[in-house]
Design a protein. Structure first.
Length: 245
């Protein structure tokens, strides 16, 4: 975590607003995937654990493929407490009064080119599982907007052939500048393409935490999905259009 804290403060110069809004008790933090997966989640996890007044760990619900990544999968699960995104895991963590972190866009966010950065994927790709979980458990819902990761690891193009080769979500592999270093060894069997996020360019990443809210057990999940999507999109747009401090 010390390395990540240095990465947080000096390489990406992360500024986080609203960390004092993080509530106690069972909580589901949800946000936009700002570019390449993992970088935004890691920066938010560091912010909540090291810089928030409550010093609260967030346990990421991740894609099953992350546990297969050399070193990264071990570090995410054994050192940061990340778990596979399964309802049983989420119920267990929330039942202990802990906090989880999820990204309702899923893998679709990695398919956005650089020209479409700082925006959410289409509403159809915004999942509702986290809302059903909140309605069932009574957990807090905490919206979080992040911008700046797209500049650290910009997606230049999308390759379906590489996506199939690496078994990427949606079979679309994001080709980034770091691919010049990692792609050839990965094709030869040395899986360096998982380490893109550690090779991000210096960038200013900004995080904004919204107001926590709850869903009742009889809430209209579809209405909540649409309203939470538009509210999060508005947070991202406002943050993206503000000048960097």
């Amino acid at each position: 975590m010390r390395f990540l804290n240095l990465y947080f403060e000096y390489w990406h110069r992360v500024s986080a607003e609203g960390l004092e809004k993080i509530p106690q008790g069972p909580m589901i933090a949800y946000g936009n995937h700002a570019g390449f997966n993992l970088l935004d989640a890691l920066m938010l996890m560091v912010a909540a654990r090291q810089h928030a007044p409550c010093r609260r760990p967030l346990r990421l619900l991740h894609h099953i493929g992350i546990e297969k990544m050399p070193l990264i999968g071990y570090f995410m699960q054994q050192r940061l407490g990340a778990v596979i995104g399964h309802p049983a895991n989420a119920d267990y963590i929330l039942g202990k009064g802990e906090a989880i972190l999820t990204y309702p866009e899923g893998g679709y966010s990695t398919s956005r080119p650089f020209t479409s950065r700082r925006s959410l994927s289409a509403l159809d790709h915004f999942g509702a599982g986290f809302l059903r979980l909140a309605a069932r458990t009574g957990a807090w819902l905490l919206p979080v907007a992040t911008v700046g990761c797209e500049e650290a690891i910009p997606t230049l193009a999308l390759s379906r052939r590489l996506g199939r080769h690496f078994k990427f979500d949606q079979s679309l592999y994001p080709v980034v500048p770091q691919s010049a270093v990692t792609l050839l060894p990965s094709l030869l069997g040395v899986p360096l393409h998982h380490f893109h996020f550690l090779m991000g360019f210096p960038s200013h990443i900004r995080i904004r935490v919204g107001t926590p809210w709850k869903l009742g057990p009889n809430a209209d999940i579809e209405a909540a999905r649409q309203s939470s999507y538009h509210a999060l999109a508005g947070m991202v747009a406002c943050l993206a259009n503000e000048p960097c401090p």
